[in-house]
Write a protein that binds this ligand. Structure first.
Ligand code: PLP
Length: 390
């Protein structure tokens, strides 16, 4: 019998290896050898979803009204809860009907937005090191990524003045992400103002990824992009319940901001998916109304871990940025190593797994990202083990 030839499409052939798949292989290999692995490689909270959210879900699941197709743009009550949360947290007003769109996790929205606004040959400005979905989503839409390097000398903010004129002519969309994964940098009002002026001057849609706005330290709350005047004229902000409420498995997030941009993304979604299970949206409403006591406790846990890892690494002579937000620590690899060789060295000699900085893009070489997703005892042990091999 003849077999058909099954060929991947070019867009799939052209994909870079998925970062975490490579790391997972290294991890499985170490585990199969019986290594007592301290895994600080993946940004997935180890703390469970708060009880009240789980309980609301249990009740919501029993409601037959939720067993049917949800509405495409999300339940109005969920979008209202989002608008109320923005008002409380950022003093930003949003029309829940036109300026809020629910997402099956923010990754879904980030992955789909270039399909709404990018034609083949258009350029998307992409920060690097950065979340791998930005360039991949661009590739899937037939666009071209122009890399904006995030370097220490510029506080891990993109240098907008360094973008060539020829690129600006073709650029239609820009991704930014603060608090930043992987560098843990935060952005201030001045940067957002510069971004808005830039967007207006060159007619570029801004997509700000704010997945980590609620994972912050020392009571210093990060800003929303939308708090800067003019932001809503030029773009949207992606948000997620994943990191804030330890809900990565639930798949619920949202986009807010410019009506036309929200509408464009919504158009793609109506043609691809059928929304979020309404019981999850109900649980999402519960999450958005979580009391600050609970969130303060979660932030306290991360802060203790951050201090243990930051102070520990410093005491053994490793240079790192002290995170003001996110649950990542961006550390420089010691002399004589690059990102990949240092990650392999720590795994082989210390049983500690981090993520190589260059996996987030070439400008991340020379760094390793540690995720604060293990308890303080394990983090202290990781430092002790690293101490013996650097
Ligand atoms: C985790 C993460 C997301 C996506 O989270 P979802 O679970 O899809 O909502 C988006 N951006 C960054 C930078 C992240 O680290």
């Amino acid at each position: 019998m003849n077999k058909i030839s099954i060929e991947l499409a070019d867009r799939v052939k052209n994909l870079p290896p998925y970062l975490f798949a490579t790391i997972d292989k290294m991890k499985q290999n170490a585990l199969s050898k019986g290594v007592d692995l301290i895994d600080l490689s993946i940004g997935d909270p180890d703390i469970p979803t708060p009880r009240h959210i789980v309980n609301r879900m249990k009740k919501a699941v029993e409601n037959p009204g939720h067993h049917r197709y949800p509405s495409y743009e999300g339940m109005l009550s969920f979008r209202e809860a989002v608008a109320n949360w923005y008002k409380r947290r950022f003093k930003v007003s949003l029309n829940p009907k036109t300026e809020v769109l629910s997402l099956i996790g923010s990754k879904e929205g980030i992955g789909h937005i270039p399909l709404a606004f990018i034609n083949p040959g258009d350029v998307v400005l992409v920060p690097s090191p950065g979340y791998p979905v930005y360039p991949v989503a661009t590739l899937f839409a037939g666009g071209e990524s122009h890399i904006m390097p995030l370097v220490k000398q510029n506080k891990f903010l993109p240098d907008l003045k360094a973008i060539p004129k020829s690129i600006l002519k073709k650029a239609r969309l820009m991704f930014i992400n603060y608090p930043n994964n992987p560098t843990s940098a935060v952005a201030g009002k001045d940067f957002y103002k510069e971004v808005i002026d830039f967007a207006l001057r060159h007619s570029i849609i801004i997509c700000h990824d704010a997945a980590y706005s609620e994972v912050y330290y020392d009571n210093k709350k990060p800003l929303s992009f939308l708090q800067t005047p003019g932001a809503k004229e030029v773009g949207i902000e992606f948000h997620s319940l994943s990191k804030t409420y330890n809900m990565t498995g639930w798949r619920v997030g949202f986009a807010v901001g410019n009506e036309k941009v929200i509408h464009g993304l919504g158009k793609i979604k109506t043609n691809l998916d059928s929304g979020i299970f309404q019981a999850v949206q109900e649980a999402g409403i519960e999450a958005l109304n979580t009391s600050d006591d609970i969130l303060r406790k979660i932030r306290g846990i991360y802060q203790e871990r951050r201090d243990a890892l930051y102070n520990g690494l410093k005491s053994i002579g490793l240079e790192a940025e002290k995170p003001k937000a996110t649950f990542y620590l961006w550390a420089e690899v010691p002399k004589g190593f690059n990102s990949s060789s240092f990650v392999s060295h720590l795994l082989d000699k210390a049983g500690v797994l981090g993520t190589p900085g260059n996996g987030f893009g070439a400008p991340g070489d020379g760094y390793i990202r540690f995720a604060l997703t293990a308890n303080v005892k394990r983090i202290k042990e990781a430092v002790e083990r690293i101490k013996k091999v650097v």
